[in-house]
Design a protein. Sequence first.
Length: 393
Amino acid sequence: MKKKVVVPAVLLAVFIAAGGLYLMHVHPLQKATAAPAPPPAVSVVAGEVAQHDVPIYLDGVGTVIAYNTDVVRAQIQGQLISINFTEGQTVHAGDLLAQIDPRPYQALIDQYTGNLERDQAQLINAQANLARYSTLSDKGWATPQLLETQKAQVGQLQAAIKADQALIDAAKVQLSFTRLTSPIDGVVGIRQIDVGNIISPSSTNGLVVVTQIDPISLIFTLPETVLPQIQQQQQKTKTPLPVQAYSQDNTTLLDQGVLGLVNNEILQTTGSIQLKANFANQQHRLWPGELVNARLLVDTRHNGLTVAASAVQQGPNGAYVYVINSDSTVSPRSVKVTQISGGQALVDSGLNANEQVVVDGQYKLQPGAHVRMLHGKAAREAIAQSAQQAPIP
């Protein structure tokens, strides 16, 4: 009876021991198998913090205006008998633009010339009579009254000749007005009147507008708060400050000029100051009335730190960039940006020269994430793909 009791106890002890071994070896193995694998490295495009001289610009919006604009008007009334220009043509000062019928004014000159010749002939006769009367008066054969009368007649004819000459000169001036010429070098616009019509000084639109476009001017505005900075730089350099004119999308440099003046008063309604810049415009890339972006160079930051503008991100605490550490992990770092120009951000603080930062792929990153840097064609493709996926503002 005792042997039957002992055998089941031994079997129970064996079972418990086997269960213990299973728990000790199999269960930890399952835990090890269930542990998550480390996340793969994130592919990013990296850029280096560069150190060099950086120009400091003030950006404003302006309108191109012609250096000179003249409306060619008639100074006399008459019929247009010819148009001597093509719309849009480049002309020079003195070029003939149109001709008014000169015959009425030429007829006046002929008339006044005839009067002059008549009075000159009468003067010659009167002077000859005066000479004879003077001789007779010396001999007592002519009265003093007759001599004085003859002297008066000579003086009267001399005055008439002066009046005739003045009328001729005035008529010649009127005749010159029949030639409508360009007062300046420039480009003619749309013709306002056709051949055969009567043109006069009262014609509202005149004949045509001539616009001088080389050189040309640009009027733009900046906040009044930057006025002391501009004035300080003007006093420092003693030379006109450089100005660049860019297209509205800031992709095309149209021309480079210099600052001509700062207006003598601040616009109280907008709190801004007007500035005028002048450009040579030899390529005619600036056109009157065109809206452009103006960039005024006010300083140069020596040994400034720059990164690609795409590296700068905006967070709740301001601007930051992802810096790539030596172990290929990234960490966000706050930065202070002075300006963003030409795709480059000028950084005042937060970065050091030659550090590596992420310029594309930030949306996949978390602090401490491992990264794999792309180069060459792969980097260009990643940047292009990010540009296509960027939300439209």
